[in-house]
Design a protein around this ligand. Structure first.
Ligand code: GCO
Ligand code: MG
Length: 411
């Protein structure tokens, strides 16, 4: 039976991480779950403590799907980033508890391995093209077969790479981004990548919803000759109907999903075979329970998985990713971000990276123990966040980036 529900809020590597801890009435039996929404982390904490905790205490700890449905419906209004993350924390903690009780890693509860380890991609970037290519080479030397490569747009606030030269001045004082400069720049990047690195290395790119739908169609077509492993978020969730136009005009593999919180977003793309890789942030969709169903749904339409796995997923969340990756036949690739020493001081038992592969921890549950005293050493600061504006007061939220004429852009 669930005896207590609490939240561990910690930022060992800068990103605000939220982890839910569920304690049962059985001595020493507890579990952890990732509830990380780093841009609004302080809102997830009360969603758990004020709403899910009183709802869950006294309930059985061994009815995971039923508990998920009960939490999901308990707010009447549903499918939002804050509430889904809170539910995810509870959900993943219950899977951890069930694994600990069974003495098995969670992946064994989902039917065991479909592969020995999880092939991953890592991030290469540079403000200038030569730096970006060097960064790819370094990751290839570390054993990665798949590398995401991003390049800066001179003077502009690009995604995933430094700005480089002095800022382009717009009709406003803030950071500037112009999509057409970006697409031309990235085409040059991939031309150089293929010339210098050859065809063997699988290259990925994240457009981070920075171009308008018509540019997206053109961009995907122009990138086709560089044979990307996938092009990510070339459209915004609001524009997913344009995937049909891209599909009709080119064969560039398409990935989408980290911004999705609702079945209304992923169902039409998967059942319409309009994307090749589903990129959901597991806690944004509500946890392991809904995501194992999304993986199964994807298998029917041969849409492969590529779960979101950057630094704003806690090591518990990375274990959930690895669990889905090992147990889903339609695994595609896994995004990897390294666990630095501070993270490993707090989270003992992180998945292990070797030669571009992530290996699950074979211990029961997620196999992770959290040092809560160490976690307390890394409290959420007032600053952080990204891009634009006075970030010191944004609590992890993002500032603004605008076109030269002052129009705000999706970042
Ligand atoms: C990715 C993502 C991230 C997000 C970040 C938001 O593909 O890894 O696009 O870099 O921007 O997780 O907080
Ligand atoms: Mg992305």
């Amino acid at each position: 039976m669930i005896k207590d529900v609490s939240v561990i809020a910690t930022a060992p590597a800068g990103s605000r991480l939220c982890v839910v801890k569920i304690t049962t009435d059985q001595d020493g039996l507890y579990g952890y779950g990732c509830a990380t929404f780093t841009q609004r982390a302080d809102l997830v904490v009360p969603a758990v403590e004020k709403y899910l905790k009183p709802f869950l205490i006294g309930k059985p700890a061994d009815r995971i799907d039923d508990t998920w449905q009960a939490c999901y419906n308990s707010s009447y209004w549903r499918n939002g980033p804050v509430l889904n993350n809170a539910i995810s924390g509870v959900d993943q903690a219950l899977w951890d508890i069930k694994g600990r009780q069974a003495g098995l890693p969670v992946y064994q509860l989902l039917g065991g391995k479909c592969r020995e380890a999880v092939d991953c991609y890592s991030h290469a970037a540079g403000a200038e093209i030569p730096q970006a290519i060097d960064s790819v080479r370094k990751l290839m030397a570390d054993g990665f077969r798949h590398v995401r490569v991003q390049v800066g747009v001179p003077g502009m606030e690009g995604y995933g790479a430094g700005r480089g030269a002095a800022g382009v001045v717009g009709l406003h004082a803030g950071p500037v981004f112009e999509p057409a400069y970006y697409t031309r720049r990235v085409l040059k990047l991939f031309e150089e990548c293929r010339k210098q690195l050859g065809d063997e290395v699988e290259l990925l790119h994240d457009a981070h919803e920075r171009v308008n739908p018509t540019q997206a169609v053109q961009f995907a077509k122009d990138l086709e000759k560089f044979k990307l492993f996938f092009l990510e978020d070339v459209l915004s969730p609001e524009d997913i109907d344009y995937f049909r136009a891209i599909r009709q005009q080119c064969a560039t593999p398409l990935a989408m999903g980290e911004l999705f919180n609702s079945p209304h977003e992923w169902t039409p793309l998967i059942s319409g075979r309009l994307i090749d890789y589903i990129r959901i942030h597991v806690s944004q969709a509500g946890g392991l329970t809904p995501c194992r169903k999304i993986a199964a749904f994807g298998e029917i339409y041969n849409v492969r998985t590529a779960w979101h796995g950057p630094g704003d997923v806690s090591p518990i969340g990375h274990c959930a990713n690895v669990t889905l990756d090992l147990t889903s036949y339609n695994f595609g690739i896994q995004e990897y971000s390294a666990f630095n020493s501070n993270l490993q001081e707090v989270f003992h038992g992180c998945p292990v990276m070797k030669n571009g592969y992530l290996y699950a921890n074979e211990a029961p549950g997620w196999g992770i123990e959290i040092d809560e005293q160490a976690a307390a050493k890394f409290p959420f600061g007032a600053g952080g966040g990204r891009q634009g504006g006075d970030r010191s007061k944004l609590n992890g939220g993002w500032g603004e980036v605008r076109k030269r004429d002052g129009t705000i852009i999706k970042q």
